[in-house]
Ligand binder design. Structure first.
Ligand code: ADP
Ligand code: MG
Length: 693
């Protein structure tokens, strides 16, 4: 299809030509993301109901989740304690009666008349001998022609916005799919569809909404998910291909007696096997004519910083400059101290572009970076400011990538010609997820820990053992050690039994009189946070009560005990980062989780897994299986990929598949110029536009 035909097809995509859709409905639909006919076709049901046969009331028992077709027999309203209203209805079918309860929906008592037919979906419970459903999902069955849409088949149930009913939505989508599915263009290459045994696009869309049979659903969903994943992977593969077509000015030669060799000699330890392996991978990239784009991941303490420092020596020897961006001032300062310690004696000049020095001093340092006197510049996101320029920036390191966006990375990269880029993260990410989050990067991983590290013991105790935990804290203080106590929240929420860091720090000040108790939380001013963290680092504070802010980077070898309150509120990956704050010195260390034993098996399984493993990658995988990738990568990022149908947990293997396929396509036809790919190319352009928002 040529581009003009596609453009005119765009015109026809407008919803207002659809029956029943006026300006106001179109507005509501837009809230669900449906703006065009195609969007409606791709709008996935939240779930399905098998309405080929309804449950009979006589077959219900407590605990059953059922779809029923019933008639209202009687309806009444009660007012309780002034404000609360309870609407109660008795519903019948030919086999029995059932009670329905709605709280605080008094208008229902007027809307539902005896004789009204309803389809209900919900969980049945036994309340005082009476089978009851509370707040079921409900659809009114009107005596109009049913179109065969709402019953007598497997029906879709859609996510809604207020102002749109389930019935309206179902009919709207039914008509749209009936009239327009045949116009959708096949975007997947025919040989791929055939190889996988998938339905074509028209059949897949019809099945997505109105499956003939449950067994048809999976292949239809798969191919639709694959389509989305393929487009994402094509975008990433093209980006990579573009980067690889660049030529970088910096050239490296590895020769004997280099600064790199001198550095290795000065190290008080030998490199681990994984460190050597990773250095090999990185050098191989650096020797390419195009810029490196690599992610280095490894647990806290596995020795990533040393790897970074060794690379810096290579870059500086080749007359290049290095920029290292850290997520906090404190981390930037720690990096500055470590890097100066190793590279200073080799005559390499390092500077900290910190916010905490005077403006005059900052100008001096910036000037030294701009004219090339300084080889290594370290800072926070302030490094990206327009005022900061480099003479020959050839290597960019971004520490803790997930705290920065991809766009920010690009801004720093643009300060050089075509610098090599290394993203470093201590949040272990399962490979499959790394491919989707950082698909434009190659991944290097350090799993091995340096020898001699004592494993941290982790205990999970109940609330009743709090006094024992306090005794353990007293003991550590007595031994001269330091302790973290971490809470999930800053302020005590109403109606919540969660102890907040602020309130508890008051009580703990009384409990631990022999030491100083400090408080650290996310709502403090950055300068106060820094001051507190530094005081803890200098052992002027013995017990640091904090929220999750300590997650990143605090390096205090004297801290030996990490107590985590309400562990059920944290992700495993997060808690693993917390645990990484201890066990950094010669003293034995322990982590204690207090409370959080719940009824949910998944939750207990998670926390138990945490006590049994010190392997961040294993924990990340467990966390992803149980809670999904959204939790792992943080709430902010979970909406990152604009997927309508693909689900990163369910479709993880297809993600890998899509990546392979995308690379093959791009290798064969980098611009997707062939007519076979015209639909894909068009979709890809749309995807890029959306991704920029
Ligand atoms: P990361 O940056 O991955 O958290 P670091 O590079 O800061 O880890 O290393 C943690 C500690 O382990 C540092 O004190 C470092 O000197 C030490 N270390 C790094 N590599 C080795 C090694 N191969 N053998 C022994 N100790 C090492
Ligand atoms: Mg580090």
């Amino acid at each position: 299809m040529n581009p003009e035909t596609l453009e005119s097809a765009q015109e026809d995509q407008q919803l207002r030509f659809q029956k029943g859709v006026g300006a106001s409905k179109a507005k509501l639909l837009a809230q669900t993301g449906i703006e065009r006919i195609e969007d409606a076709c791709y709008y996935p049901p939240r779930r399905y109901e098998d309405r080929r046969k309804f449950f009979d009331i006589q077959d219900l028992e407590s605990g059953v989740v059922a779809t029923l077709k019933v008639e209202v027999y009687a309806i009444g309203i009660k007012r309780v304690r002034g404000r609360l209203t309870i609407v109660e209805a008795k519903e019948i079918d030919s086999t029995g009666a059932l009670k329905i309860i709605w709280f605080n929906m008094p208008y229902l008592a007027k809307q539902l008349q005896p004789g009204q037919k309803l389809i209900l979906f919900g969980k049945v419970e036994l309340k005082g001998h009476q089978l009851t459903m509370t707040h079921p999902e409900m659809e009114r069955v009107d005596d109009e022609v049913e179109l065969g849409v709402h019953a007598g088949r497997i029906v879709p149930v859609y996510p809604l916005v207020s102002g749109i009913t389930q019935r309206w939505m179902r009919e709207f989508i039914y008509r749209t799919v009936r009239d327009h599915a045949a116009d959708l263009e096949e975007s997947l290459p025919p040989k791929l569809i055939k190889a996988k045994g998938w339905p074509g696009i028209h059949e897949a869309i019809r099945t997505l909404h109105f499956p003939q049979d449950e067994a048809d659903l999976a292949p239809a969903q798969q191919r639709l998910a694959f389509e989305e994943l393929l487009i994402l992977q094509l975008a990433l593969a093209q980006r990579r291909a573009q980067i690889q077509s660049k030529r970088k000015p910096q050239k490296y030669v590895l020769k004997k007696g280099s600064l790199f060799d001198q550095m290795i000699e000065r190290l008080p330890f030998g490199l681990t096997g994984d460190q050597k392996q990773v250095l090999d991978e990185l050098f191989t990239d650096m020797l390419q004519p195009y810029p490196m784009q690599r992610l280095l991941q490894g647990d806290v303490g596995c020795g990533k910083t040393i790897v970074m420092i060794l690379l810096m020596a290579v870059v500086v020897e080749a007359k290049g400059q290095v920029a290292l961006m850290a997520p906090t001032e404190l981390l930037a300062e720690q990096h500055f101290a470590t890097i100066s310690k190793y590279l200073g004696p080799l005559g390499i000049s390092v500077t900290l572009l910190s916010q905490s020095v005077s403006a005059a001093e900052r100008r001096v340092r910036q000037e030294a970076v701009a004219n090339g006197e300084v080889s290594i510049a370290i800072g926070t996101h302030a490094l990206m400011q327009d005022a900061i320029a480099f003479k020959s920036l050839s290597f960019v390191i971004v520490d803790e990538q997930h705290k920065f966006g991809v766009m920010q990375r690009a801004k720093l990269v643009a300060k050089g010609k075509a610098p090599d880029v290394l993203v470093v993260t201590a949040t272990p990410i399962p490979r499959t997820l790394a491919l989707s989050l950082y698909g434009d990067l190659d991944v290097s991983t350090i799993r091995e820990m340096p020898p001699g590290r004592k494993p941290i013991k982790t205990h999970w105790v109940g609330e009743t053992e709090r006094q024992r935990v306090y005794r353990a804290i007293h003991k550590q203080i007595e031994l001269g050690r330091q302790v973290f106590i971490v809470y999930p929240l800053v302020d005590e929420k109403e109606d919540s039994d969660l102890k907040s860091a602020t309130k508890m720090s008051e009580r703990l000040r009384v409990e631990f009189k022999e030491g100083k108790v400090g408080l650290l939380h996310g709502k403090m001013k950055p300068i106060d946070k820094e001051t507190t963290m530094q005081a803890f680092a200098r052992n002027e504070i013995q017990v640091l009560v904090s929220t999750i802010v300590v997650e990143v980077g605090l390096d205090v070898p004297n801290a030996t005990l990490m107590v985590i309150e309400h562990p059920e509120r944290f992700g495993l990956a997060q808690m693993h980062q917390l645990r990484g704050r201890i066990g950094r010195g010669p003293h034995p260390s322990a982590c204690i989780l207090i409370g959080g034993k719940g009824k949910e098996a998944g939750q207990n399984q998670r926390l138990k897994a945490f006590t049994q493993s010190n392997d961040g990658f294993k924990l990340a995988e467990t966390d992803m299986e149980i809670r999904g990738p959204g939790e792992l990568i943080g709430r902010r990022q979970s909406g990152w990929a604009p997927f309508r149908i693909a689900d990163l947990v369910r479709d993880l293997t297809w993600l890998e598949n899509a990546r392979v396929e995308a690379h093959e396509i791009i290798k064969e036809d980098p611009e997707l110029a062939s007519p076979d790919y015209s639909v894909l190319r068009h979709r890809l352009n749309r995807f890029r536009k959306q991704a920029q928002h």
